[in-house]
Design a protein around this ligand. Structure first.
Ligand code: ATP
Length: 257
């Protein structure tokens, strides 16, 4: 996405908060770094930072995220209430799922807590960073990377269980159109968040993880069991082999089937 018509895009967006300000860079190290700088400088809630290409983006736990040309890469600055924080990951994943469905008719699924998959292959990564001032939220940044028009076979660095929208449907997808739908869904989910209950319930329905046997790696420890359910705070409830339950926070864990 080298020539992104940013002004026309922002004017036609039709959202209330998300995309109030839209900034495009052909190349960035990472949209998260750029968004953090903007947020520290007082950028308004809803600012969207888009990159045509990221040269050193990171996933969770400082893992490398590959984001060449053809990928959708953006970060959104929000200034939510503390009690809204658990729902950001849920509404982000849902906005990715809905926009992909709308534009491609594929049926994406959510892998707890933050990946979007198609047929079990990762098509999108989502990252959230929160910054506090005292006990209040100063800002939260949502980072989203979607493999859109990328031949994954040309990216051998990416692990095998990954896919792109163009690989799945055999043709290219309009990046601005996908982004527009995504921001619109995010805007309406964020503005109607309320208690968070509807977003939580829809997110839970979309999780492929529930009912599966999983291995959870957190720090130095590994736990295995059945992913039985999720709680409204986003945590995973794991049934251990001895029948006891373990509550796993979405923070720094890696999940394997
Ligand atoms: P995982 O996806 O390994 O279960 P995670 O959710 O913690 O774990 P993220 O932080 O979302 O991972 O993303 C980082 C990981 O995603 C990298 O370690 C790499 O395995 C994988 N990855 C990197 N770039 C891409 C890409 N463009 N498409 C799909 N997967 C990627």
């Amino acid at each position: 996405m080298m020539d992104f018509p940013v002004e026309r895009f922002a004017a036609g967006l039709g959202t209330r908060v998300i995309g109030r300000r839209v900034v495009f860079f052909p190349v960035l190290i990472s949209t998260m770094i750029a968004a953090r700088e903007e947020a520290e400088r007082g950028a308004p809630e809803g600012t969207v930072i888009i990159a045509g290409e990221q040269t050193a983006a990171k996933g969770r736990l400082q893992r490398t995220w590959f984001s060449p040309r053809g990928a959708l890469a953006f970060s959104v600055i929000l200034r939510p209430k503390t009690e809204e924080l658990p729902y950001l990951i849920m509404l982000s994943a849902l906005s990715v799922v809905h926009s992909i469905e709308q534009v491609t008719h594929l049926k994406p699924q959510i892998k707890w807590p933050n990946d979007v998959l198609i047929d079990g292959k990762k098509v999108c990564g989502i990252l959230i960073e929160n910054s506090f001032r005292g006990s209040a939220v100063d800002y939260a940044i949502i980072g989203i990377g979607v493999n859109v028009n990328i031949r994954m076979a040309n990216l051998p660095e990416v692990p095998a269980l990954a896919t792109s929208l163009s690989d799945e449907i055999g043709r290219e997808v309009s990046l601005p159109e996908l982004l527009r739908q995504q921001l619109r869904h995010m805007d309406s989910l964020y503005l109607s968040l309320g208690s968070g209950q509807p977003v939580y319930e829809e997110w839970r329905r979309r999780l492929v993880t529930l009912g599966q046997r999983v291995r959870v790696r957190a720090g130095g420890t590994v736990e295995e069991g059945i992913a039985e359910s999720v709680a409204p705070d986003g945590s995973l409830l794991l049934r251990r082999p001895d029948g006891t339950m373990s509550k796993i926070m979405a923070g720094d864990v890696t999940l394997r089937e």
